[in-house]
Design a protein. Structure first.
Lengths: 271, 478
């Protein structure tokens, strides 16, 4: 099956191909929006196929020297995880953000947009033109229609969220770590690694080797979280502190702007 | 770290456990029970399946396989019926149902309003085919220590549980609600749940499967206890047997001493069995419970005979010993010393033994979902909800769940019951309210739909509704 496009209510563009699921919205002159969407659709055609061509490389842990990648999305992925190479990380940690960034760039190359976002399953590339603002909301519980936090954005950036409940596997126990960074791929890689660091040992946490859950997992036999029971308050705080330490380090070295960490009913913010 | 040779893309052969998904270029290798990278395709028992598609049931005609290898689905459907599975919904239902489709059925324009309903008022009635004591009536039924329901009025040959309900879902602690919701969801989706009954047993429940009580699987419902078996078959034995002993862990029956034998004026046989006499011809605890005859631990039926009265018994006396399921039976004739000797069972006696077995049904757990669809869900169907309720009561609108027939309880509201086994697999979902989500369809003639204030502007022909959707086709369940 090839890529599929459809228009969602509210003039949003929905692009789908295999595991990639994008929701795109742009603001500006109507003709500009149409051109941007056409451009995104055009760019989207071979994204997955080109990625798959280098999948073996992209699923391997990154290490010195930086391996050569051909595809533009793959290069974004490598660039995003490269600063984190001291620990275990594969370029796949940034795949969603990298696709979002790539599509955003293709739209901006063709059109003048006031604002736009490319949301790749929660990893979001955001564009705001000078003088415009964009408000992103953070929802603690997706089933409760309540916005628990807001970020006002006045420059192009990326927002990404990672956690053990999400589609990607996590080594940590955070329900959600949301990161604001200069682009979506950087945010994606950082969110993945901070979420991995939100961790603690407790009998109510169940972990399984990644490949027992997904045969092709890039995490191999590393233990990924499959269930987290009610944790005592000290354990929650301790896990969040562990994540916060990593987030603070990334922030001081300029890799991220801010991070919000959520674990059960506790939250922590690095900003 | 992993050896590159070991990378997932290596040419390691695909075993039967792993299939390759060809839905997109990623070509995930998916192990049994796992999903691919997209979480939309999965390996279900070695078959590639799409998760949560809109489910379409075909009436009559043959099923179209969802993914025939190397061949795309041709898009054709025969008289399809769109179910609510995968239809998605909102709560409360402030906008028209996801699919309002029309199709011609027997020349009449029919409208089916398809949605997934969120049932905050719902519960399960579980029937467990066993005579074993599971727990006293009204006793709490627990999962992980949380009360999820109670033991309710027993039925013939079956114990009954009432699980879920709004009080456990939302009236207690958060944990009680979540555990209740999960237990109901698991049972509704035809999977197993272990419950512990206060002052009683631990039971593994699963719709359509034999109950497991304190670790022991119930195989067959016995035809009745030993005494009941005597009562049912006494007349059929008369003239062929001089004595019949029905071995049972609960009550062992002795024909000539039993009321049924006396009624037939049978000559007393003079055989005294072990255990405690309840009433004439009925004995408790002739042996310990076990895997032998009639749920006891015995394998030699003669071992339950305490003594044979020489004043009453006679040489040549014909004795049948049989279990309450007819699985075990022996034929004896008393010799000159009044010792029972094994002999070939006469044909008329064997026929009755086989009839006992024939009358035993497999022991099953069955689960009826019960819930109220009388609330805001109706707003997705019509602007005038009470008219929908009336139309259901007047049998103009047919209600189904995932295409399965339901029983609508008389009186107010739309309170329905449905056998979860008749619904397609994985029909149920949940929201963290907590409440269960299940498919529900209302089918009625188009003209009636207009009359009850239906969302006529939202009606689309069935072909169009299906054209752009991911759909799964299954044959009609019943």
């Amino acid at each position: 099956m090839g890529p599929v496009a459809s228009l969602l209510p509210g003039c949003r563009l929905h692009l789908e191909h295999g595991p990639i699921d994008l929701v795109i919205e742009a603001w500006g002159e109507r003709v500009e929006i149409e051109r941007a969407y056409a451009q995104a659709w055009d760019r989207f055609q071979d994204v997955l196929e080109v990625l798959v061509g280098e999948l073996e490389l992209l699923r391997s842990p990154i290490a010195d020297p930086c391996p050569p990648a051909r595809g533009p999305v793959a290069r974004r992925m490598l660039a995003a995880v490269w600063p984190h190479r001291a620990q275990f990380v594969t370029p796949m940690a940034a795949v969603a953000g990298a696709v979002a960034d790539e599509l955003m760039e293709s739209m901006l190359a063709a059109s003048r947009l006031k604002r736009a976002y490319v949301n790749d399953g929660g990893d979001i590339a955001i564009h705001v033109a000078q003088g415009e603002t964009f408000t992103a909301g953070i929802v603690d519980n997706p089933f409760v229609r309540q916005i628990n936090g807001r970020i006002r954005i006045d420059a192009p950036c990326g927002v990404a969220t990672s956690g053990w409940r999400g589609r990607s596997q996590s080594l940590g126990i955070a329900d959600a770590v949301t990161v604001l960074a200069r682009n979506a791929s950087a945010a994606d890689a950082a969110a993945t690694l901070i979420a991995n660091a939100v961790n603690v040992d407790h009998p109510s946490i169940r972990r399984l080797p990644a490949r027992e859950l997904k045969h092709d997992s890039d995490l191999g036999d590393l233990p990924v979280t499959v269930a987290v029971g009610d944790l005592p308050w000290e354990k929650k705080r301790q896990a969040l502190e562990n994540g916060l330490a990593v987030a603070a380090r990334m922030r001081s070295s300029g890799l991220i702007e801010a991070a919000v960490l959520a674990l059960q009913d506790e939250t922590a913010v690095a900003a | 770290m992993r050896d590159p040779e070991d990378a997932p893309e290596s040419t390691a052969p695909l075993t039967g456990e792993v299939i390759r998904c060809d839905a997109c270029p990623v070509l995930c290798r998916i192990r049994k029970g796992q999903t691919g990278a997209c979480d939309r395709y999965a390996n279900h028992d070695g078959k590639l399946v799409r998760l949560d598609p809109l489910l379409v049931l075909e009436r009559g005609g043959k099923a179209v396989p969802f993914l025939e290898p190397g061949k795309p689905w041709d898009g054709k459907l025969v008289a399809p019926f769109v179910t609510g599975i995968g239809a998605t919904t909102t709560y409360p239902d402030y906008k028209p149902a996801p699919f309002i489709v029309s199709s011609k059925v027997e020349g009449v324009d029919m409208v089916t309003v398809v949605t997934e309903g969120i049932f905050s008022y719902c519960g399960l009635k579980v029937k467990i085919d066993t005579d074993r004591f599971l727990g006293p009536e009204q006793a709490a039924v627990r999962v992980d220590g949380e009360q999820v329901g109670h033991v309710t009025t027993a039925e013939y040959g079956s114990q009954m549980l009432s699980l879920g309900g709004v009080r456990h879902l939302t009236g207690g602690s958060k944990k009680e609600g979540n555990v209740t919701c999960e237990a109901m969801l698991t049972l509704s989706n035809k999977e197993a749940v272990e419950v512990k009954i206060d002052g009683g047993s631990t039971v593994v429940l699963q719709a359509g499967a034999a109950p497991v009580v304190n670790g022991e699987r119930e195989e067959r419902m016995r035809v009745g206890c030993g005494s009941a078996t005597i009562g049912i078959f006494a007349q059929q034995w008369q003239g062929h047997c001089d004595e019949v002993i029905v071995v049972d862990d609960h009550i062992t029956g002795v024909l000539t001493e039993h009321q049924a034998g006396r009624f037939l004026d049978m000559r007393p046989g003079g055989i005294r069995v072990r255990g405690r006499k309840s009433t004439p011809g009925r004995y408790f605890k002739v042996a310990e419970p076990g895997l032998g005859w009639g749920g006891t631990d015995i394998t030699d039926p003669l071992s339950i005979i305490e003594k044979i009265n020489p004043k009453t018994a006679w040489p040549g006396m014909r004795l049948l010993m049989v279990s309450t399921t007819g699985e075990d039976a022996e034929w004896f004739v008393l010799d000159e010393d009044l010792k029972p000797q094994k002999a070939g069972m006469p044909e008329p006696v064997r026929a009755v033994v086989e009839r006992i077995a024939e009358n035993c049904e497999p022991a099953l757990c069955t689960v009826l979902f019960m819930g109220g669809a009388g609330g805001s869900l109706r707003a997705g169907v019509t602007e005038n909800p009470v008219r929908l309720t009336r139309s259901v009561k007047d049998l103009i609108t047919r209600v189904t769940c995932g295409g399965a027939p339901v029983y609508v309880w008389p009186g107010g509201g739309i309170t329905l019951m449905v056998d979860v086994l008749t619904m397609p697999d994985k029909s149920f979902g949940y929201v963290p309210t907590p409440a269960l989500v299940l498919p529900i369809e209302f089918t009625l003639p188009l003209a009636q739909y207009a009359a009850i204030g239906g969302h006529m502007d939202r009606v689309v022909p069935v072909e169009k509704a299906l054209a752009d959707l991911n759909i799964r086709v299954e044959p009609w369940a019943r």
